[in-house]
Each structure stands twice: as C-alpha cells, then as structure tokens.
Design a protein around this ligand. Structure first.
Ligand SMILES: Cc1cc2nc3c(=O)[nH]c(=O)nc-3n(C[C@H](O)[C@H](O)[C@H](O)COP(=O)(O)O)c2cc1C
Length: 207
C-alpha cells in the first residue's frame, strides 16, 4: 500500500503511528503575568549539540475550543523561556491528565499534584518528580502549516540541565533507573526497560 498524505483522511494518525516510540517533553512555562502551565509534547527531540538544542512542535489551537491558542506556545512566544521535564513511568499517568485542554488560568501542577521547584536561569518552574529537567531559552518558533492546523516548531537552547544523581555516572545515563516513557499512537505508550547493545563498526580508510 502507498499513501499520499494529501489524499488520506486522518493521515496524522498514520504518521504518529509509524514514527515511534517518541520521547515525551513535559513542558513547563510561565506567562509574563505569572500564570504557570504544564503540558506534554511528543513531537519532540534533541537536534544539535552545540549549542545544545531541543525542538518540539505545538499545534497553535486547542482542540474543542472555538479559538483558544495552546498555552505552552503562547507563553513561550511571550517570554522566550520554558523547561522540558523528561516523562518517566512514575509520572506517566499525571502527565496524561495534564493533556486535557484546560482554560489558561488552570495550573496543571495543582490539578495533578506534581511539585513545582524553582528553576535557576528561567522563570518557569521545574517538575520535582521528573529526574531530568532542561531549562531552555527560545531560539525561534518556525510556523508550519496554516489555519486551524497550524503548528509552531519551537526551537530552544538548553541553558541548564538538572539530573538526579543516581541516574548519571560520568557521561553515562542509567536507563534502567531513568525509565523514560515512550509514546506510541493514540493512547498507547511503551516502557523502555528491555534494551540491547549494538557496537557501531568503525570504517578505517586504507586498512
Ligand atoms: C503524550 C502526549 C503527547 C502530546 N504531544 C503533543 C504534541 O507533540 N503537539 C501538540 O500540539 N499537542 C500534543 N499533545 C496534546 C497537548 O498536550 C494538549 O493539547 C494540551 O492540552 C496542551 O496544553 P496547553 O494549552 O496548556 O499547552 C500531546 C498529548 C499527550 C497526552
């Protein structure tokens, strides 16, 4: 079967079903007026080392509302700051609860009982229950698409990374302890505790 995305109703469900598993950015933001927000984004990845750069993509409009914009993107455009907290199995259920399209004045930390702790270089708080928090400053928002389906691709630089001490040894991250949650399609997720190793071959010219 071949699929032409332009003529396939609901192609988004196919796309998010085949680009898997995706990491989940649990993004905390604060509006200029001080309203805190926390929501998950799985169109997410790290894309450069220097400067250390993350991206995630946020649809501009909230589903189920006539014209409400998503708070995460609105706050980032207003302030240029955000924190990406890594979603791990222990907080997966709380993460999911924050994904309801709440009114702007709702602080999702309070709704799901997660603990905000102050960041050091940016105003949005970190999630205490997440073992990895990345304080970020906005590089740019790249608009993708138009109208109700428009997305903003948020490109941000990590200015400070917090990580729980027992998870890192030198440069090595212990994934058995980190237990990051993977997003599949729709309501499906995966654990990442079944891992294996592949040693990468080295090509030596002339050898
Ligand atoms: C696991 C998960 C991943 C999600 N990923 C995205 C995403 O990549 N982009 C997006 O626009 N919405 C995504 N959503 C939906 C948003 O979290 C949801 O629209 C949320 O209410 C936005 O909140 P905000 O208006 O407070 O930013 C995701 C939801 C879940 C549960």
């Amino acid at each position: 079967m071949k699929i032409d995305p332009r003529h396939f109703e609901g192609f988004n469900r196919v796309l998010t079903g085949v680009v898997v598993p995706r990491p989940i950015a649990f993004v905390s933001t604060m509006s200029a007026a001080g309203q805190v927000n926390l929501s998950p984004y799985s169109f997410f990845n790290a894309v450069a080392y220097d400067p250390p750069t993350l991206v995630f993509s946020c649809s501009v409009y909230a589903a189920g509302w006539p014209d409400k914009k998503k708070d995460t993107l609105a706050h980032i455009q207003e302030t240029g700051e955000f924190v990406v907290n890594v979603v791990v199995d222990d907080i997966a259920e709380a993460m999911n609860k924050t994904a309801a399209e709440f009114p702007t004045e709702v602080n999702e930390f309070e709704v799901v009982g997660l603990t905000p702790v102050p960041s050091e270089l940016v105003r949005p708080p970190r999630v205490a229950e997440s073992p990895v928090n990345m304080e970020c400053r906005l590089n740019q928002v790249v608009p993708i698409g138009q109208g109700r389906r428009q997305h903003g691709l948020v490109i941000g630089e990590i200015v400070l990374l917090h990580i729980r001490d027992d998870i890192i040894s030198g440069h090595r991250i212990n994934h058995q302890k980190l237990r990051p949650t993977g997003r599949l399609a729709g309501n499906m997720y995966c654990h990442t505790d079944h891992v294996f190793e592949l040693v990468r071959p080295v090509y030596r010219p002339g050898a």
